[in-house]
Design a protein around this ligand. Sequence first.
Ligand SMILES: Cc1cc2nc3c(=O)[nH]c(=O)nc-3n(C[C@H](O)[C@H](O)[C@H](O)COP(=O)(O)OP(=O)(O)OC[C@H]3O[C@@H](n4cnc5c(N)ncnc54)[C@H](O)[C@@H]3O)c2cc1C
Length: 289
Amino acid sequence: MPVFVCSELRSDTLHDTDPNTHDMMTVLDEEEFVASAVVYPGSTEEVQKIVLWANQHVVPLFPISMGRNCEMLPARPLILLLSVVAALRRQTDPYLPRSVGYGGAAPRVRGSVVVDLGRRMNQILDINPDDYTCLVEPGVSYYALYEAVQARGYDHMWIDPPDLGGGSVIGNALDRGVGYTPYGDHWACHSGLEVVLPTGEIIRTGMGALPGNNTWQTFPYGFGPYSDGIFSQSNFGIVTKMGMTLMPNPGGYESFMYTFQKEEDLAQLVRPVAQTRSQSHGVHKEAPY
Ligand SMILES: Cc1cc2nc3c(=O)[nH]c(=O)nc-3n(C[C@H](O)[C@H](O)[C@H](O)COP(=O)(O)OP(=O)(O)OC[C@H]3O[C@@H](n4cnc5c(N)ncnc54)[C@H](O)[C@@H]3O)c2cc1C
C-alpha cells in the first residue's frame, strides 16, 4: 500500500525487487523485515513533517543516508555471488547496479517507513580550505566529497574514506566507521550535527547551537554538556547535516601487510604494531575485518 506523507514528498510502493523495502541478503523469510513505504525528504523541514506524521500514526521510521553498506564492485566477487544467489532464491533479477554488503536499506522493524535522506538531501554545503572542514547532507558520499575537493583545486587537503567510498560520510560516521589514516576514527572527526528529534524539534550540536556563528565545523564541543554520542548507533534522532574535519595532505601514503605462518605468533606481532601506532604521528594501524 502506498503511503504519502505529504504532497511534496515522493513515496515508493512496496515492491519485491526494491532493496529499500526488502532485505536483499535476508537469512530469514524475505518478508520478515519488509518496509511499508519509502519517503524521500528534500529538506530538514520535510524530515520534521515525516516525524510528526509518524508520531501521529504511531509508525516506526528507519532513516538511511544512502543505505549502502557496500557499493557493488566487480572486485568483490563474493558479494556479487551472494547477490545473485539471493536474487535466484526470490526469482528476481540480481541487484547488480545497487548496493549490497553488510546490510542494506531494509528496516529492522517490519512495516517501518524508510526515510531515504540521501536521494534528495545530497548537497556539500561547505568546504573550508583554511579550517580543513566541510558541512554535508546525508546523501554526500566519500567519492562525491573527494571529487568536490579535487574540483576546487584544494590539493592541500585529503579525505579519509572507509574501504569503500560509495557510502555516505554521515551514515559511516554515525555507524562509527573507520578509515586508515590518523583521521580514521570518523566519528571522532565529526564536528557538529543538525538533528530532527523524535518530537519533531530540530537541534544543532556544538557551536551550531549559537545562532549566526561561523565556527560550527571548527569546534565540536560548543558550551555545556556534550550530547552528540547519543545520536551514533542509535535511534534518538535523524541527522540532517554534519560537519567533518578534513586532513592535511601528508604527501603520500603507504600501507603494509604482515603475514605469519603460525597462529600462536599473533600475540607477539600485535605488540610492536600497536607500539608503532602510539609512537608515530603518521602511522595508523587498523585490524582487518
Ligand atoms: C566489503 C566492505 C568493506 C567495507 N569497509 C569499510 C571500512 O573499511 N570502514 C568502514 O567504516 N566501513 C566499511 N564498510 C561499511 C560501509 O562502508 C559503511 O557501512 C557505509 O559507508 C555506510 O554508509 P551509508 O550511507 O550506506 O549508511 P546507511 O546504510 O545509510 O546507514 C548506516 C546506519 O546508520 C543509520 N543512519 C544513516 N544515516 C542516518 C541519519 N542521517 N540519521 C540517523 N541515522 C542514520 C542507519 O539507520 C544505519 O543503521 C565496508 C562494507 C563492505 C561491504
